[in-house]
Structure formats: C-alpha cells, structure tokens
Ligand binder design. Sequence first.
Ligand code: FAD
Ligand code: NAD
Length: 452
Amino acid sequence: MAEQVDVVVIGLGVGGEEAAGRLAEAGLTVVGLDPRLVGGECPYWGCVPSKMMIRAANLIAETRRVDGMAGKATVEPDWAPVAQRIRKEATDDWNDQVAVDRLVKKGVTFLRERGTITGPGRVTAGDREFEASRGIIVATGTVPSIPPIEGLAGTPYWTNHEAIEADTLPDSIIVLGGGAIGLELTQVFARFGVQVTVVEGLDRVLALEEPESSELAQAALERDGVTFRTGVQAKQVGYDDGTFTLTLSDGSTVSAEKLLVATGRRVDIKALGLDTVGIDRDARSIAVDEHVRAADGVWAIGDVTGVGAFTHTAMYQANVAVFDVLRAEGAPPADYHAMPRVTFTDPEIGAVGQTEKQARDAGLDVSTAISQIPSSSRGWIHKAGNEGFIKLVVDNDRGVLVGATSAGPTGGEVLGALAVAVHAAVPVHSLQQMIYAYPTFHRAIGDALKAL
Ligand SMILES: Cc1cc2nc3c(=O)[nH]c(=O)nc-3n(C[C@H](O)[C@H](O)[C@H](O)COP(=O)(O)OP(=O)(O)OC[C@H]3O[C@@H](n4cnc5c(N)ncnc54)[C@H](O)[C@@H]3O)c2cc1C
Ligand SMILES: NC(=O)c1ccc[n+]([C@@H]2O[C@H](COP(=O)([O-])OP(=O)(O)OC[C@H]3O[C@@H](n4cnc5c(N)ncnc54)[C@H](O)[C@@H]3O)[C@@H](O)[C@H]2O)c1
C-alpha cells in the first residue's frame, strides 16, 4: 500500500537538497531519495574540492611570481596537504552524515534509495511506494559523458571522481576535453608538476565562450607548461603496462600515465519511469517551463533540465520550484537571460548572458568593446599574472548590455557588476556615467564602456 506524502524529491544533489529542505520547513511531508551522497556532485566531486585544489595551485603560482617583484621565493609543490584537505575538510572522507542530519532536522524523510516513478504522483524506492499529493521533483543531475572511442571502455581512465579522490598525482596525464572541468583540473595538475596534454576535438578550448576567452585560457595554461592538441579527435585508446596511448585523427599519438575523460556530462533518465507521467525518457534533458514544471505534478530542477550545468542554476531552479509547489503568491518565473558562469582558471574567466556570436545569431544589432586588464591602471600595477580583458556585448536597439566577459585576476568577482547590468538591463549611457573606484580591476569596465 502506498504511503501518502505531499512531495517526493528524487535526487538530493544541491538542487534536490535545497528544495526538499525548504518544502519540509514550510510544513509539507517530504520524502527525499538518493542512493549516493546527500549534496551530490558539487561538494564531493565537483565545485568545492576542485576549488580547494585551485586555491593550492594558485598559491604555488603566486609564490613563483615573487621573483622580480618582491625578492626570491622557492616552492616545492606537495600534493599531500591538498588531498588531505579534500578528504578531511571538503568531503569528510566522502561521508554525508552531516548533510543527512541537516536534512532530517528540517523534517525530510531521507531514504538512501534510487527512486522510480510508476505513475502520476507515484514513486517506488526500494520496497516502499509513495503517493505524493502535491507532486514529484526530479533532481537527478548528470553523469560523465564517455565518448565511444575504440579501446576506451575497460581501461582505468579517470573521470572527475578519480581526479578529485587522487591521493597522489601521476607524472603525466592526458586530459580529453577542454571545457571547464578539463581546464580547471589541467592547470592544477600542471602547477603541481604533472606533464599535461589537453586533447580537444573542436578547434578551440572553452568553445562556448568568447574566442578571446579561449585564446587567453590556452595561452595561460601553455605558460604553465601544458601542451594542447586542438581540432583533433581521439580515434583509439590503448592501455598497456601502466601507459595510456591515444591515437588521434591526424595519425599522431599521445601517451601518458593517466587519462582524464572530461568530455561533458549527460543525463541518465531512461530508468526513471518518466514515460509513466508523459515525459520523453529518451530526451537529452527534461524540458521545463518557466515554473520548472515538466508535466502535471512533476517539476525538474538542476543539471537534469539542461539549463546551464551550474550549482547556482540548480539552487535558482529549486527556489522557483519551491514557490510553485507551495502555490505561493508572487512565484518568480525562471529567467535565464543573465546566466553567470566562471571558469576558475588563473586568470579566472567569468561571463554573463550572451556571447557576441549568440547575440548576432539571435538577430540583434550588436556592438562590442574590449579593454585589456594589463593596460588598465590596476593591471599595470599588478604586473605578474595580470592577463585578462573585459568584453561587452551591446544590443544597440535597446541600448543595454546583453552579455559580457570579465577575465583576469578576480575575473569572477568583477563579473558581479556586469551581471547586475545584464540582469537589470541597466542602460549603457547610465553605466558610462558611473564612477568606478581607482585603481580597481573593475575600473576596466569603465574603460571598455568608453570604447563603445
Ligand atoms: C569537477 C566539477 C567542478 C564543478 N565546478 C563547478 C563550479 O565551480 N561552479 C558551479 O556552479 N558548478 C560547478 N560544477 C557543476 C555542479 O557540480 C553541478 O551543476 C551541480 O552539482 C548540479 O546539481 P544537481 O542537483 O542538478 O545534480 P547533482 O549534484 O549531480 O546531484 C544529483 C543527485 O541525484 C542522484 N540520483 C540520480 N538518479 C537518481 C534516482 N533515480 N533516484 C534518486 N537519486 C538519484 C545522484 O545520486 C546525485 O546525488 C562542477 C562540476 C564538476 C563535475
Ligand atoms: N567553474 C564552473 O562553473 C564549472 C567547473 C567545472 C564544470 N562545470 C560544469 O560541468 C559541466 C561539464 O564540464 P565539462 O568540462 O566536462 O564539459 P564541457 O561540455 O564544458 O566541455 C567538454 C569538452 O570536451 C570536448 N569533447 C567532447 N567529446 C570529445 C572527444 N571525443 N574528444 C575530444 N574532445 C571532446 C567538447 O568539445 C568540449 O569542449 C559544464 O557544462 C559546466 O557547466 C562548471
């Protein structure tokens, strides 16, 4: 016999955990299901531990910048404290007891089970069945997308899980995929002395961002000693005697001790029972409307919706779902026109809204302007490690920014001002009249505005 509840949340990553906790605190009876760790990818194998690695790697790079600017410094990179910090501080040795306790304290009934939808409002989990009167929230995230390259399956390749869990680093590694995961981890490895080769199938890394961002990221990583092979596909993978060898589409080969596959993510929803509520189980993601509704009585949030695979998007959509499930007055509709994202390489590459190409493809009459961080006052003062730029994308008809990139030291922080401008459609002439504090990095926004 089905147990009667208000809501079942399937998947307790950042999105599901937020939604389940908030709905329980609002007084609903909520069941939360996850066969793995409460918190999902971000705290255990994603954002948090990777940013701890980046913090350590950046300390090494900054120390190396002392020469010629502040005396002499030597640094002997040691991975042990990084691995230890990830084990102890970030992931509690990949134990989620604290997160489970926090969720249960909010009133959520937690089951470490996989959920399967069996019909409208109905979910099975292990040997229990629930009937949810308000509905079901699907927040099942993504899994690594592993390309069907001959010879790859069955080899001990790494995904982000093995890379984050590594107690020791290899001498060399091939990173397949030059997106955010690939580049962030590449720079960490390189700064800890690993020989890294990035193989990217497209003709540039960070291909979804501005071409200037791709150039900047590749040049910065090359200064860290990284080798890039762009515009070539891996055709075959061999693994022999502790060495991976990739044969590339141009006939050349690359060899290394480890192989990290960072070729994107995919949703894994075939076995979720979505067809029983009228949702296409073979779709690339679950389509949602402005209230993140996927079907009658079904909401979907986070990576599974295919709308920007970021923690802040999952949290944002969780908020939209909570308002809608609670049938609250003034429920905010989801609006992604000012989607921010930051690739935490050094220099950091932040962006918001549309790239120049996206704006032109959308038929807008576009102007752009760029200012260079090294030639700004603060960039010139900063000197070593000052690479970066501000790029603005303007919709001439409306006189507002529809997109912007902020790359450089603290590029992700400087992005904040640009995100406000794009989000609130602040008129460009108003931005041009603003006072930008001297000598800050964000003053380079003023320089770019002058160039419009
Ligand atoms: C290396 C790396 C670095 C990243 N860095 C950043 C960053 O700096 N900033 C940023 O914004 N984003 C970052 N991300 C992306 C971020 O981690 C994701 O966008 C975020 O975790 C998505 O949250 P989610 O709740 O949608 O899914 P997830 O965190 O993937 O959680 C989904 C949960 O659903 C569970 N689940 C799946 N199927 C079922 C089922 N049938 N029943 C029950 N449970 C199920 C899974 O076990 C999982 O726990 C990074 C990702 C990676 C891999
Ligand atoms: N700082 C952040 O916010 C952050 C950090 C890491 C990850 N993430 C999120 O995680 C998601 C996944 O990251 P990702 O880097 O795996 O995916 P991605 O889609 O950003 O990049 C994958 C790259 O792999 C390339 N690729 C695909 N197949 C290939 C093949 N067979 N051979 C060579 N190259 C191939 C693609 O062209 C692409 O450039 C991202 O969408 C991002 O939203 C965010």
